[in-house]
Ligand binder design. Structure first.
Ligand SMILES: *Cc1c(COP(=O)(O)O)cnc(C)c1O
Length: 427
């Protein structure tokens, strides 16, 4: 039907400007653009070293126990309803018991809020804390969803540095200098994405003392909990919950290698109940009430997933991850224009510095990664996306033979783009 009679002046079309600002901060768009640069006629398999998702590789497939638990939940006929606002009670209680195994106190069911992945937990915390004038302290390099979600909600963020010369520890003095009366939280990621570091007990204690001194809460992103394969064991920040209130963010995405299942959590690891007193917990529940729920099927499967996963699964996947990290570190060390200041000991990532003076016709890390994707079908995340210009973030959560092949292509790419005088040095 033609309802002509002149042009309609549609009144929509401008989008929320904060959305564009937030998206510009996020990594996803940047990495997707790089995937788009890959030459589809290249017969070599794409080496996806840009984002951490090991789940497509057979060597990192999740345990059958977990898949069976989800399948059973799906066919039970009991998971077809809306879940309750904080999450299914049995699931919250299973998560509380699971996290309590590693804490000097017991969490209760009411300390846990389930989220649609850890990203949703980040979204929730940034939304809850966005009061006028408040600011949060974020690590650099970091996980840019914090910046994106803070920007979207109008929450000011300030960056403190992670120090590569100190194994990527938190710059405690920097944190103290950065904080003011409007600072409400310090965010930390341990084991660390993107640095591959694991914080020692002593370092965590220092962070907690600093938070106490400043009167701020700690938001501890522990999505890589127990993904530690070096000499330092993983210690949850909640161990220091008596020193300063800790909000622990986590989920099954990385440890169980099922990021597609979208199940995360927020845990009040705060034995003194400061967060409750200050109505933060209430605000989290309020936010969850107007936000999304994780799928009831996955929530219902959580108690079985946690109870029945054999330690052998974790041991095997961590052995493969350790092997992959070793390959990654060794191959990167063999590339002259790259410096890897710290051998990865946790998470799925490592940071590498580019020597830009080495290259002929490559301007910066983004240019480097774009050409690398085009010419070698290797996708690596440019450091610029994490506030680290002319660095790279490499993930090693890839099937080891493909990882090795991808890094070999990275090596030949570097040699091919070296300045003529530098090339001689190499040979
Ligand atoms: C992967 C990741 C997340 C997101 O976890 P999901 O459960 O997949 O949403 C959060 N924080 C960090 C540091 C991550 O690397």
């Amino acid at each position: 039907m033609d309802s002509s009679g002149g042009e309609v002046a549609w009144r929509f079309g401008a989008v929320n400007p904060s959305l564009e600002a937030a998206s510009a901060l996020s990594l996803r768009a940047l990495v997707h653009r790089l995937y788009g640069c890959v030459d589809r006629s290249d017969p070599r398999p794409l080496a996806p070293l840009g984002h951490g998702d090991p789940s497509p590789f057979a060597c990192f497939r999740t345990t059958a126990t977990a898949e069976e638990a989800v399948a059973a939940a799906a066919t039970s006929g009991k998971c077809n309803s809306y879940p309750t606002a904080a999450g299914l009670t049995e699931a919250c209680s299973a998560v509380a018991a699971y996290l309590s195994r590693y804490l000097p106190y017991e969490l209760s069911t009411g300390d846990i809020v389930l989220t649609a992945g850890c990203n949703h937990a980040i979204e929730t915390m940034m939304a809850v804390l966005a009061t006028p004038g408040a600011n949060v302290l974020l690590p650099r390099p970091g996980y840019p969803l914090y910046e994106a979600r803070a920007a979207l909600g109008g929450l000011e963020f300030r960056h403190y540095n992670l120090l590569h010369e100190k194994g990527w520890e938190v710059d405690i003095e920097g944190v103290e200098a950065l904080a003011d009366n409007n600072t409400v939280a310090i965010v930390m990621v341990n084991p660390n994405n993107p640095c591959g570091s694991v914080y020692s007990y002593e370092h965590l204690a220092k962070i907690a003392e600093t938070a106490r001194k400043l009167g701020v809460m700690v938001i501890s992103d522990e999505i890589y909990e127990h993904c530690a394969f070096g000499s330092k064991p993983f210690v949850p920040m909640g161990v220091f919950g008596e020193v300063a209130p800790v909000v622990t963010l986590g989920g099954i995405s990385k440890r169980w290698m099922v990021p597609g299942w979208r199940l995360g959590w927020i845990a009040m690891t705060d034995p003194k109940g400061v967060l409750r007193k200050k109505k933060i917990f209430e605000a989290i529940i309020t936010y969850r009430g107007i936000s999304v729920d994780p799928a009831a099927i996955v929530q219902a499967a959580i108690p079985q997933i946690i109870a029945n996963t054999d330690d052998v699964f974790f041991k095997n996947t961590m052995n493969t991850m350790r092997e992959a990290a070793e390959i990654c570190y060794r191959k990167l060390k063999g590339i002259e224009c790259l410096t890897c200041p710290h051998k990865p000991e946790g998470s799925m990532f490592v940071m590498v510095k580019l020597d830009m003076s080495y290259f002929d016709g490559i301007h910066d890390d983004i240019d480097f990664c774009t050409k690398l994707a085009k010419e070698e079908s290797v996708v690596i995340c440019p450091g610029s996306g994490l506030g680290m210009k002319n660095w790279l973030r490499v993930t090693f959560a890839v099937d080891p033979p493909l990882l090795e092949a991808g890094l070999e292509r990275l090596r030949s790419f570097c040699l091919r783009h070296a300045k003529p005088n530098r090339k001689q040095v190499t040979s």
